[in-house]
Design a protein around this ligand. Structure first.
Ligand code: ADP
Length: 396
């Protein structure tokens, strides 16, 4: 049996399970990273490993991933076949909601689980899946330390004025607040900035996490001051299939005049809108960039327009801007979106260097630019693996 301590990371989405395996003898080193998508429908498995092992990418039988529990069993079978000696001594979970109280990762105890179940109504589309993943992992690894890391935690440093809505006060006390999400990604970027650009880290930074889910976060000294997501992960920027910010009056109209049920509106806002809704073609930025249709171009225009608006708003909240950092699938890969976001932004101190942007450099602003523009690949799983290792070390 291997003596190397190993941590498993799990990120259970509504129809997907992302998993990572890390050697955590010292700072976590990735051994495997995989994804089972389309759980319950036509599941597909993709895994890549460190050097010397062939990646796996194949369709699964429906029964291999009928639900999160069977998907986890399938993932574990594959990991065991590749690493027969590895035993997970810790499992780290991504959990969308930690509520107002949880500002750090925690070890999962029955009491914490109860608290997280109480928070399910605040994230009905994500939290129950996260908790199902935890239940399955506790069953599979009864001896392992189980750790939860929260997407909301990084934003608990917000000033109160950012977290309140202009509702009667009792709703805040009931939990109706701006929580903010994508916290694991922002936490990672904050740590990376501290390592590669410590002076920037100390300053006023806006991070644009642009993936299927998209949001922006304003930080000072590496701590979150404001973010574009609010009570749910629906607010702020338009996303692959989510509306982003929308006048709540639209909901009243759809229900009262169009006769839609609340569930239908929810489905419309979460799954049929955003880039997909506007383009009528795809939620995927690569497909939209390639399409060149009027509708696809308009979807891109709206995405860029809203990022630029939020950039101005967040810079005002920070009292200025020292750096803009792009991350996420679009932020890290789309030179077009980065270029369009930064176009004519000299007034806020941003001057993009087109060649650096095209080359995919880390710093893509000109040497003269007052504020720096950077591309920093994010790694949410590594944040989870680090937390698992920290608790494991504290225990031994
Ligand atoms: P998730 O929120 O699911 O983690 P990702 O961060 O993986 O999403 O981002 C997925 C998005 O990134 C998709 O819209 C995809 O089209 C986009 N993307 C990935 N590579 C590129 C690229 N080279 N150019 C433009 N967009 C890209």
């Amino acid at each position: 049996m291997s003596t190397t301590p190993v941590a498993l990371t799990l990120n259970a989405g509504s129809s997907s399970l992302k998993f990572g395996l890390y050697d955590i003898a010292a700072a976590p080193v990735e051994m495997a990273m995989g994804l089972i998508e389309n759980i319950g429908k036509a599941p597909r498995l993709k895994v890549h490993f460190g050097p010397g092992r062939t990646p796996v990418s194949r369709d699964l039988a429906a029964t291999d991933a009928a639900d999160h529990r069977s998907a986890l069993t399938t993932a574990l079978d594959l990991l065991r076949a590749q690493f027969p000696d590895a035993r997970a001594s810790a499992v780290g979970h991504r959990v969308v909601h930690g509520g107002p109280g949880l500002a750090e990762p925690v070890v999962l105890t029955p009491g914490v689980m109860e608290e997280l179940r109480r928070l399910s109504p605040f994230a009905p589309i994500h939290q129950p899946h996260n908790l199902a993943g935890i239940d399955a992992a506790m069953e599979a690894f009864p001896e392992a330390l189980q750790v939860a890391c929260f997407d909301t935690a990084f934003h608990r440093s917000h000033p109160r004025v950012n977290d309140i809505f202009a509702l009667p006060r009792e709703y805040y006390d009931k939990g109706v607040r701006r929580y903010g999400f994508h916290g694991l990604s922002y936490d990672y970027i904050s740590g990376e900035l501290k390592r590669i650009a410590p002076l920037i880290h100390e300053g006023r930074v806006i991070v644009a996490h642009l993936g299927n889910g998209a949001s922006m976060c304003g930080m000072i000294g590496g701590r979150s001051v404001a973010s574009t997501m609010g009570f749910t992960a629906l607010d702020g920027l338009p996303m692959g299939t989510r509306t982003g910010q929308i006048d709540p009056g639209v909901i009243f109209y759809l229900v009262q005049q169009e006769g839609m049920s609340i569930d239908e509106v929810r489905q419309l806002f979460y799954s049929k809108s955003g880039l997909l809704g506007l383009s009528g073609l795809s939620h995927d930025m690569r497909a939209l960039e390639a399409a060149g249709t009027v509708e696809a171009n308009e979807a891109i225009d709206y995405f860029v327009f809203r990022i630029r608006r939020e950039l101005g708003g967040l810079a005002a909240a920070l009292g200025g801007l020292d750096a803009l950092v792009f991350c996420g699938g679009i932020g890290e890969n789309s030179r077009l979106i980065r270029e369009r976001v930064c176009e004519g932004m000299g007034w806020i101190g941003l001057e993009l260097d087109r060649e650096r942007n095209a080359a995919g450099d880390t710093v893509i602003s000109t040497d003269m630019s007052r504020a720096r523009v950077m591309v920093v690949p994010t790694n949410e799983e590594l944040v989870i693996a680090r937390a698992a290792r920290k608790f494991l070390c504290a225990q031994s």
